[in-house]
Design a protein around this ligand. Structure first.
Ligand code: ATP
Length: 323
């Protein structure tokens, strides 16, 4: 796994009448898009607000790029972009002024501000709205403006809480592409969302949280992920392990993200049915005993649902959330 940018250790958070995080420990690999998923009330927003230095945990430690969030919140805020699930905009300001204000707040150099504003607006397809008042924008356009504000200073770590909510299908598609582009440019992203099919398109890692506890964490390749542009997810199984399998897959155009374990291989393949047929034929021609060959779908949903077993009672709290 890539070196973590974010390390959370044994984090406990309590609201006045309720414990919301019970000893959470997670890492976010540098250069990843990590999906944070869990049911309503699981603690995602609470964890995100702790990461952003907006909530002070009862105990535990969070480091971003080796810097302790609690000890050095201002240093962290410069390196962090944050889109809250419910955000406010300065509704009387124009879109351009909102973005300019966000750039100033983040301490961007005044001579760079105009370029930063235009670039963020173009990325979110709101460059034609720069003169309009934020308050006059539709729900989805407000969401895009808020995302543009959160990336204006090109943060190292971007946290997005439900970024796709309110966006139309076109904007959701463009958002997925934008997130992949930001990752490719070196940003590390943590994205909380309930839309598993979309997360599957772009997430490289997954954290599942339930009842204030992390119940699963891993790389998406372990659950079949990568990005939709890399083609379909393919799983194939031989009667027994064959050392030639990985090289045969690696030698074919359009095949990527190869992961061989024992007698099963998973990969991505572009080119549709014709490419799959050609791959299967080449494996059989090479004498490999293929017994299963299939396109896999919705593996993120399966992985998520597999975490749904009841969580054992915490002996320290007796399961009492009010402790
Ligand atoms: P959702 O998917 O619905 O946004 P979430 O996973 O983000 O949920 P949180 O908002 O982090 O969940 O809430 C975690 C728990 O803490 C929930 O039980 C919630 O009711 C509780 N909680 C959240 N905010 C407060 C608050 N201000 N005071 C008391 N309890 C709170």
């Amino acid at each position: 796994m890539a070196e973590p940018l974010v390390t959370v250790e044994d984090l406990v958070f309590e609201y006045p009448s309720k414990r919301a995080l019970f000893g959470v420990g997670v890492t976010v690999p540098r250069g990843s898009i990590t999906a944070l998923v869990g049911p309503n009330g699981a603690g995602k927003t609470t964890l995100i607000r702790c990461l952003a230095g907006l909530h002070e945990p009862f105990s535990g430690r969070i480091k971003i790029g080796g810097i302790d969030v609690h000890d050095h919140p201002r240093q962290i805020h410069k390196r962090l972009g944050y889109l809250a699930d419910f955000f406010g905009l300065y509704e009387d300001l124009s879109v351009a002024r909102c973005l300019t204000y966000a750039a100033w707040v983040q301490g961007c150099a005044p001579e760079e501000t105009d370029d930063l504003v235009r670039s963020a607006a173009e990325r979110l397809d709101i460059a034609d709205r720069l003169g309009e008042k934020a308050g006059a924008l539709s729900r989805g356009l407000k969401q895009r403006l808020a995302i543009a504000q959160s990336i204006i200073h090109k943060p190292e770590f971007l946290i997005l809480d439900e970024p796709a909510s309110g966006l139309d299908p076109d904007a959701r598609f463009r958002l997925s592409n934008l997130l992949v582009r930001l990752k490719d440019e070196g940003m590390t992203l943590l994205v909380s969302s309930h839309i598993l099919s979309e997360l599957e398109d772009y997430a490289t890692g997954l954290i599942v949280i339930r009842d204030g506890r992390v119940v699963s964490q891993g790389l998406m390749r372990d659950v079949g992920g990568q990005t939709a542009n890399d083609g379909e997810r393919l799983a194939l199984t031989l009667t027994e392990p064959d050392p030639r399998l990985e090289n045969l897959l690696a030698g074919r155009d359009g095949v990527s993200a190869i992961h061989v374990e024992n007698r099963t291989a998973r990969c991505r393949i572009t080119g549709g049915e014709a490419a799959r047929h050609a791959l299967l034929k080449s494996l059989l021609d090479a004498g490999l005993a293929v017994v299963d060959f299939r396109v896999e779908e919705d593996r993120l949903r399966d992985a998520y649902m597999a975490t749904a077993e009841p969580i054992p009672e915490d002996p320290n709290t007796g399961g009492d959330e009010s402790s």
